[in-house]
Design a protein around this ligand. Structure first.
Ligand code: SAH
Length: 339
């Protein structure tokens, strides 16, 4: 039986059309499920009774089950979810005054082997299905008592572009006006920069964040082995080539690691590298874990690094390390697999 949450609206239309059912029925079903949180076909009162039975035999509503919730001192919440095969998935909800952002995982484990990230230490376990990506949003929304999730970042466990088909389907469902209605401006795909796949993310469908993390190939390769395949100049070449496609600027993420890439000299190299590239820079002070040997930078060097960039007219913000106290910060997801 198919998991309903795996299906885009178009796929649902196609599935029922084969049975001779009009596509508008799919739109009615989507509204029930995603906008009224109704997970029982027999209660969808505007559908003919026979169709309700047919649907019940075709689809089930499988979303990951919340096993554990941890609340951070900063108000964010980390969810430990169990997939249908019992494997664990983590997502982090970050409420703010005017919005609520959910950071979702796209894979269990990861193949990218970034030196500073806990998820990479698990190795690769498996891709998440589209329904498991969408399911994290459904589960969090329910658990948070109907809090409207306004922003979704594909920035949890895994490399989204390494699971491109399921990620594209999930984006479709999340953005569907009859689905979860997340605006494309509020949906971000974060990637190490798999350039051959990056082209598949339509600028009108999602914001892009690229994990740069270093200003030279030597340092980036040490931190992110994928740099051997897609070195810095190719990543920047791609971003330059985007020009003014109407999308908001690409964000470069830069994890600050004490003594590795957090000096003023590093800031200078970064500024030179990014001169003329339309972008924003997100500085992320390293979140420590027992599974990697790096050190968190001193607050003073974070400030100096940021000031150097800002003085040169870059938009550079320091991302607050939210949820780090509960193992829910960037690069901390997946510890459950290592305990
Ligand atoms: N694979 C994707 C998404 C997951 S990582 C990517 O690389 O973008 C999300 C972000 O967390 C990346 O920018 C990554 O560089 C950052 N990150 C990973 N480990 C971290 C850590 N220990 N401390 C701070 N940021 C980290």
């Amino acid at each position: 039986m198919t998991n309903f949450f795996d299906l885009t609206l178009k796929e649902l239309e196609d599935r029922i059309e084969i049975l001779g059912i009009k596509p508008y029925r799919a739109r009615q079903i989507f509204k029930w499920v995603y906008q009224s949180d109704l997970f029982d076909f027999s209660l969808m009162t505007n559908l003919p009774k026979g169709l309700r039975v047919t649907l019940r035999n075709m689809f089930h509503f499988g979303f990951p089950e919340i096993r554990e919730t941890k609340t951070s001192g900063d108000g964010s919440v980390k969810f430990l979810l169990a997939a249908s095969d019992g494997r664990f998935i983590e997502s982090v909800l970050m409420p703010e005054d005017d919005r609520s952002t959910l950071c979702v995982s796209t894979q269990i484990g990861c193949k990218m082997s970034c030196a500073f990230c806990v998820t990479s230490k698990i190795g690769f376990v498996r891709d998440l299905a589209a329904g498991e990506i969408v399911g994290q949003v459904m589960a969090a929304r329910r658990a948070a008592g109907g809090v409207r999730i306004t922003n979704v970042v594909l920035m949890g466990m895994g490399e989204p572009l390494d699971n491109i088909d399921n990620v594209l389907a999930a984006i479709d469902i999340l953005e569907e006006p009859l689905g979860l209605k997340i605006s494309h401006r509020r949906l971000t795909v974060s990637t190490v920069g798999l350039l051959d796949r990056l082209r598949l993310i339509d600028p009108r469908r999602a914001q892009l964040a690229i994990s740069l993390n270093a200003a030279t190939d030597a340092v980036r390769t040490r931190l992110m082995p994928i740099n051997r395949v897609y070195p810095i100049r190719d990543v920047l070449g791609y971003v330059r080539g985007l020009g003014d496609t109407g999308r908001t600027r690409v964000t470069f993420e830069y994890v600050l690691l004490q003594g590795i890439n957090d000096s003023l000299e590093d800031a200078k190299q970064l500024a030179e590298l990014l001169t003329g590239v339309k972008c924003k820079i997100n500085l992320i002070p390293y979140n420590a874990s027992p599974y990697a040997e790096f050190k968190t930078p001193h607050p003073g060097s974070v400030k100096d690094f940021q000031s150097y960039l800002v003085n040169r007219r870059f938009t550079a913000i320091v991302r607050d390390s939210r949820a780090a106290d509960i193992g829910g910060g960037c690069g901390q997801l997946g510890m459950k697999y290592l305990e």
